[in-house]
Design a protein around this ligand. Sequence first.
Ligand code: G6P
Length: 478
Amino acid sequence: MAQHTQRTAPESKVHGGRSGGSYDFLVVANRLPVDRANGGWKRSPGGLVTALAPIMEKSDGAWVGWVGSPDEEIEPFEHAGMALIPVDLSTSEVELYYEGFSNATLWPLYHDVIAPPEFHRTWWDAYRRVNERFAVAVLARAAEGATVWVQDYQLQLVPAILRERRPDLRIGFFNHIPFPPPEIFSQLPWRRQVLEGLLGADLVGFQRPNDALNFARSARRYGGASGKGTHIIAGGRQVRAEPFPISIDTERISNLAQEPEIQARAKQIRQDLGSPKTIMLGVDRLDYTKGIRHRLKAFEELLSEGRIEVGEATLIQVASPSRERVEQYRLLREEIEGTVGRINGAFDTLQHTAVRYLHHNYPVEEMVALYLAADVMLVTALRDGMNLVAKEYVASRFAGTGALVLSEFAGAADQLKQALLVNPHDIAGLKDAMVAAAKMPPGSASRRMKAMRRQIIVHNVEEWSASFLNRLAEVTHG
Ligand code: G6P
């Protein structure tokens, strides 16, 4: 049953936007960029929010999204300079649209079918219905000629709905996750409708050039489009498919890393672990795409072969809770926690632990302290649109120390070329890279880290959003 929850202070309510309740710039994402905190709201952590909050704060735009819990009817409100327009989802819609179609159909399908995607018509129906609701929320608030930026795989039908009803809008879409090759995408029973949905945009952005190409190939094969390469003609219009690799607020992370309290906390973390020589770190949402199993397997083998010793090395694995009602995520959690228990049972001593496993969310300050404490960062995703953790680690290492082991299957590998790049399926190669990272001579570590830092200082999230929005303006003027 719908609860009428209105916890925002009256003075923080939106009084109408810029031109009588309408906005010139709207971001549409599954989630609003806030979480509940002590009866109010706080800005949420996570890649998408980190990426877009700074622009929203600076612009007079509005953000349309779901608050993250079912059956709430919340009026539009303002938080930290952002106008927020909530879209309500019922309990059953959360199950069918969010947990079902978004995260048990599209998510595994788009991530190389690492887990088998499930196809259910009831899930698809809910996905269509909810996409329509998001689109309607935008239509009600978009000023004439407004720019609308739709985010991610949960909302792929929104661009075409907007286009059909409001041809005056400039419509951009950004896919934060990989786009699979047509040979995999074609499994989707509703492939044509999804492609038509995306083709409603003027500009469809992807993380990697190959994602854009995969989309263009699918659009021609199954979406009725024509053209060559990433040049797409659909419904008599040009649709651009181009890469825009997302990044982070590099300066913010780098500045936090230079704060004395955060540095002191990093030292404390090492001491609390019994001052091991090498701290290895993994930070992920607890998701089967992240390769946490592969990482643990490699670490366990290194211990049992005596190539690393407990006491000398510790692995901290932060696995933040995610999509806990989805079956595959529940199974993964059981498996990871069983594996960690087995490794620690076999290798812990009374003073030292092999794996310090933390199933928590931490504030950014604690994350930066962990990055500072970590001599080796392990990003071993089996498939990942970008992976901002890899970039955050580099941003934190202002002194030029530390080594990053990075999966070539994460989009970040395109920018962080001086990392130790690995194929996480190759356990022998992964083990060698972990050992090499732990033993990396300081000169080599520093050269690599400095080169990677230069990359993300120039290519930060501000540059990402500006380049997408400039390109959108360019292609819609033309
Ligand atoms: C990925 C997706 C985002 C999503 C985030 C967290 O980064 O690209 O769209 O918001 O994971 O997942 P959740 O299901 O908790 O929103």
